[in-house]
Design a protein around this ligand. Structure first.
Ligand SMILES: Cc1cc2nc3c(=O)[nH]c(=O)nc-3n(C[C@H](O)[C@H](O)[C@H](O)COP(=O)(O)OP(=O)(O)OC[C@H]3O[C@@H](n4cnc5c(N)ncnc54)[C@H](O)[C@@H]3O)c2cc1C
Length: 495
């Protein structure tokens, strides 16, 4: 068993390597603290470009650099992989799982940036047939489903089956749905044109559905209307006021505003409607009494902390703050604010001296297709917004997304791929593997088994050595490293 080195510096634990977590960690780069970033993925994911991975424009590595490589020069920071399943506010520890390893990490300050998942509004069974668009796995699986549908249609001789295979339905007409529908239409119409012998890919139907009466509701009626018209020009069928009430392998059932229902036969469906914040928020609510909104977001204090725990911050898609949308800038600014609050404490500031978090709205954008996007930017000093759509908005989207992509090489690769895709209509990332298409069911079964194997006894074992302890104290059968991180895996116990 390792003995911990006496811990003199404050230990900041960050959960999540998305926009909130990574930018918080980077803000602490030169601070006199030790930082441990725990995330269940090895990478920092640039979600705004996931649809480009799904539709073969860019490779997954270009939008998902390895977090530990991004932070390798930041000597005060270590990255550990793990799915955090327990936050203990009283004892100031978080417990995570990676395969069979259970690791307990004590903290002095905690920044929780675990993001949000897709919400199926109580119909979680839909996920099996209509994956969301939140992770690299989702994007690769969708790429496999889209291309797989074309391949099956090429082999089919039954006209009804072919029609079903060549009908693509995107549920949710927010930015992600609009971007996906536009790209599936362009891919069918341009990239795949002439590549099959028995089917004509340009005859594929792409349907964008939403229960709401508008496309891109946050952008207002004018831009929403323009986006809808542009999509229709691309051949996308925009169906509004249409609520999905059932969904299965072969299609979905939609309820219209007047109560009538209809069925759409479609093999390839994707869900981009609604979000549900990380379930870690529920644990915080149970332990601190903090409220959650309908999407499970934590109703944080003005300084993004939770009641009675000024050392615990919740940022990004997990926080509910009036006027702050669930976008990358909200997470980046929240993560940096929390890091600054921790840095201020090192200088002797107390939590009651913190200024409330204030969000600076830099505007919003969404692409529709090649050369077409919508953009909305606040006009400084007024409550008005400058709105535009078309080519210049599209150029603005490209420039901004390049700036925020992490890593010089990723930017260069992306630029080359964009040039290729937008000038020739070709896409360099159309490979699909069997694993991408079929592995999700197996992974789902595996994680169910893993969850079952984390018994309460294991949790108690992880917690025993720590109840009431200060950071860094070790317990029997646990490895504790210099930051007080304990590994209670069987391997550690054997060692
Ligand atoms: C498809 C798509 C397109 C988008 N497009 C745009 C756009 O164009 N512009 C824009 O501004 N915003 C866009 N957004 C929204 C934006 O990406 C999010 O608001 C932002 O990523 C939120 O950052 P976050 O740090 O809160 O969460 P995330 O970026 O989601 O990061 C969460 C992190 O927490 C980790 N994690 C989760 N649970 C656990 C756990 N239990 N244990 C350990 N780690 C955990 C995850 O692995 C991940 O690293 C888009 C989102 C999606 C899904």
């Amino acid at each position: 068993m390792n003995s911990p080195a006496p811990q003199t510096r404050k230990h900041v634990v960050i959960i999540g390597s998305g926009f909130g977590g990574l930018f918080a960690a980077q803000r602490l780069r030169k601070s006199d603290v030790d930082v441990t970033l725990i995330a269940k993925t090895t990478h920092h994911l640039f979600q705004p470009m996931l649809y480009q991975v799904a539709t073969g424009i860019v490779a997954e590595g270009e939008i998902a650099p390895a977090t530990r490589v991004v932070l390798r020069k930041q000597k005060n920071t270590k990255v550990i992989m793990g799915d955090v399943f327990n936050i203990d506010l009283a004892n100031k520890t978080v417990t995570s799982r990676f395969l069979e390893r259970i690791t307990q990490t004590p903290y002095d300050s905690l920044i929780i940036a675990a993001g949000a998942d897709q919400s199926y509004f109580g119909n979680d069974q839909f996920a099996e047939y209509a994956p969301g668009m939140k992770t690299i796995d989702h994007a690769l699986e969708l790429r496999g489903r889209i291309l797989g549908a074309f391949e099956q249609a090429e082999l089919s001789t039954d006209p009804d089956e072919r029609a079903r295979l060549l009908t693509f339905v995107v549920v949710g007409a927010g930015p992600t749905g609009v971007e996906l529908a536009g790209q599936i239409a362009e891919m069918s119409d341009k990239t795949l044109k002439g590549a099959f012998r028995n089917i004509d890919p340009t005859e594929a139907r792409v349907i964008l559905l939403d229960a709401a009466p508008a496309v891109l509701p946050p952008f207002g009626p004018k831009l929403g209307e323009k986006a809808a018209r542009r999509l229709e020009k691309l051949g996308v069928e925009v169906q509004l006021n249409a609520m999905v009430i059932d969904l299965d392998y072969d299609g979905l059932v939609v309820k219209e505003k007047d109560g009538t229902t209809r069925r759409i036969e479609s093999q390839c469906k994707v869900w981009s409607a609604g979000v549900q914040a990380s379930p870690l928020g529920k644990q915080l609510a149970e332990q601190s009494g903090v409220g959650l909104d309908r999407a499970g977001r934590v109703q944080v204090e003005p300084d993004l902390s939770i009641p009675g725990h000024p050392e615990v911050f919740v940022v990004g898609d997990m926080m509910a703050v009036d006027g702050v949308p669930g976008v990358a800038q909200g997470a980046i600014q929240g993560g940096r604010y929390a890091a600054d609050a921790i840095k201020a404490e090192l200088k002797g500031h107390t939590p009651d001296q913190r200024k409330p978090f204030s969000y600076y709205d830099k505007g919003s954008m969404a692409t529709i297709s090649r050369f077409s996007a919508v953009m909305q930017v606040p006009i400084p000093g007024t409550k008005k917004k400058f709105e535009t759509e078309g080519y210049f908005a599209w150029l603005g989207w490209l420039a901004l997304h390049l700036v925020y992509l992490v890593g010089f090489r990723n930017r260069l690769n992306t630029l080359v791929n964009w040039f290729f895709a937008f000038t020739t209509r070709g896409r360099s990332q159309l490979a699909v593997t069997e694993q991408q298409v079929y592995a999700r069911t197996a992974i789902g079964q595996l994680s169910e088994l893993e969850k079952k194997s984390t018994t309460q006894a294991e949790l108690d074992a992880a917690g025993d050595g720590h109840a009431g302890d200060s950071a860094g104290r070790d317990g029997a059968g646990e490895k504790v490293d210099q930051k007080g991180v304990k590994d209670t895996s069987p391997a550690a116990e054997a060692g």
